[in-house]
Design a binder for this molecule. Structure first.
Ligand code: TNX
Length: 506
């Protein structure tokens, strides 16, 4: 089959590696502008070294870390060098960068270390795919000559990871964070609680994790993060210029908490732990004061551990509460989020509770459902974060042959994930109200990093590109050609991916 031939070809003579200039036009997400310097190329050698302005040395260390394993070069970070990171470019904004490649030097210019970090991700893709290998590879390390100027379309380009349905340990989360960073994703929403598990230690309520964290979908042993574990994830994400958004889903999706503390139930009776995959059956008791004392403790402790500006309060599928109860709940819960200094994010149902202007409403509908609710939210000054399930849900099957995943929102092939425009997706929501995009990964059917990767790749880069690249670069033929060249990179890096038949993998 084509797949087999492609595998052989990519090990022997990668077509892209043969023509370094081609790599300038294969970057994912597509950069704002690319200027080619025909016939010019830089070569990274054993004598290469990295220099960085003060304030950019951590990014320099990251660059060295990604280049050393495959090249085997020492690549010292110090004064003077043919790879330079400069904080001298005010034009490209808080996250943009300019990458210049001449025969003698590779120079990244940006206003911030975040911009430089994103530039480093581009530079990785300008090197041969073998750069991703953890073992030394014997290839010429050429970088095509030219200049790339780049900056994001949206300030919020997120991924979501559900660690509640199946628990993912600290190393698995770090691994995903590293993969997200490659595509310039800058927020990670961690879904820390649900019916099946409570995954973050709360000192004042220890049974949440002792009992509520003790299982998962299918009845496995579950797990949880100590506050120290959580801080380790936060720090790792920060080093990849990714901000963590903790999500405590309320008032529904709370069986694990309800099972841990009888007093949180209206009838005072703790239900058993739950290991199935139904949704919409649980609710915190809206009328009890203890519910809000509980939330105050949880939100206070998590806010204190979270440097980022956001806290996600859930709010989805609260089928066990009436509209009136739901609103009463949010009217008491949202001020707690504000009290601890965080901006609320919630699933789009919570727009019914009219969250304060500036709060983020995360849309997860399909086929434009609830567009009027979103238009009204935008009108009131809410920011609209788009994660339409029929486009961006990475847990949806690609097609009927996908083994993992769900299909309640339909199948989501690569062309579906890529083929929409965040600015015009919801009629009535003006482009200025669109905050950005998120690709959620729900894990009812996913148990390992390998499972997560098969669902994320190649669709995560599609959503990342919608969030980063200028609208005028949007082009399916261009995207699928560029995406194809990511395949050999994932292979070299040991990242699993699904060989969607829509892409001509090399
Ligand atoms: C809907 S999307 C949910 C999640 C499920 C997901 C599965 C949303 C806000 N709620 O509870 O895990 O579908 O695809």
């Amino acid at each position: 089959t084509g797949v087999l031939t492609a595998g052989v070809l990519s090990t022997l003579t990668p077509a892209a590696a043969a023509d370094p200039q081609a790599r300038l036009h294969q970057v994912v997400p597509a950069p704002e502008t690319v200027r080619e310097a025909p016939g010019v190329a830089f070569e990274l050698t054993a004598d290469s070294s990295i220099t960085a302005d003060p304030g950019a040395t951590e990014v320099a260390d990251r660059l060295a870390e990604v280049l050393r394993p495959a090249t085997g070069f020492p690549l010292p970070v110090g004064d003077g060098g043919d790879l330079a990171l400069r904080l001298d470019e005010p034009e490209t904004g808080p996250e943009g960068y300019r990458l210049e490649v001449t025969a003698d030097a590779v120079t990244l210019h940006a206003a911030t270390d975040t911009g430089l970090f994103h530039g480093v991700q581009t530079l990785r893709q300008l090197l041969p795919a073998e750069i991703e290998s953890p073992q030394v590879q014997d290839v010429p390390w050429t970088v095509p000559g030219g200049e790339i100027t780049d900056r994001p379309r949206y300030e919020h380009r997120a991924a979501g990871l559900d660690v509640a349905r199946h628990f993912f340990d600290v190393d698995s989360v770090k691994r995903y964070i590293d993969q997200l960073a490659r595509y310039k994703v800058n927020f990670l929403r961690l879904h820390l609680s649900d019916d099946q598990g409570w995954r973050i230690q709360i000192t004042d309520w220890p049974r949440l994790t002792e009992h509520g964290g003790s299982t998962e979908v299918g009845g496995g042993p579950g797990g949880f993060y100590t506050q120290q574990d959580y801080s380790e994830i936060v720090a790792h994400a920060e080093s990849r210029h990714i901000t963590l958004i903790p999500e405590i889903d309320t008032p529904g999706h709370t069986n694990a908490a309800l099972s841990s503390y009888a007093e949180l139930n209206c009838d005072g009776v703790a239900p058993p732990l739950y290991t199935g995959i139904e949704v919409g059956f649980s609710s915190l008791c809206v009328d009890k004061d203890v519910t809000y004392e509980f939330l105050d403790d949880v939100i206070r402790e998590i806010a204190a551990l979270t440097p980022g500006p956001y806290l996600h309060i859930g709010g989805d599928e609260a089928d066990a509460t009436t509209d009136e109860q739901y609103r009463a709940f949010m009217d008491r819960a949202l001020p707690i989020v504000a009290k601890y200094g965080k901006t609320a994010v919630g699933w789009h149902e919570y727009a019914k509770a009219e969250p304060a202007a500036g709060s983020v409403v995360q849309y997860w509908g399909t086929e434009g459902a609830d567009a009027e609710l979103m238009a009204a939210a935008a009108e009131r000054g809410n920011r609209i974060l788009l994660s339409p399930a029929d486009r961006s849900y990475l847990d949806m099957k690609y097609d009927e042959s996908t083994e993992l995943g769900l299909s309640w929102a339909g199948y989501v092939e690569v062309a579906d994930a890529y083929g929409w425009d965040p600015a015009t997706h919801l009629p009535g929501v003006p482009a200025e109200a669109v905050h950005g995009v998120e690709a959620p990964m729900w894990t009812e059917t996913l148990e390992t990093s390998e499972h997560v990767e098969l669902m994320a790749f190649p669709r995560l880069p599609a959503i990342a590109e919608l969030g980063w690249s200028p609208a005028d670069t949007h082009d399916w033929e261009s995207f699928r050609a560029r995406l194809a060249q990511q395949g050999p990179r994932w292979e070299a890096a040991g990242i699993g991916f699904t060989r969607s038949p829509q892409i001509d993998w090399p």
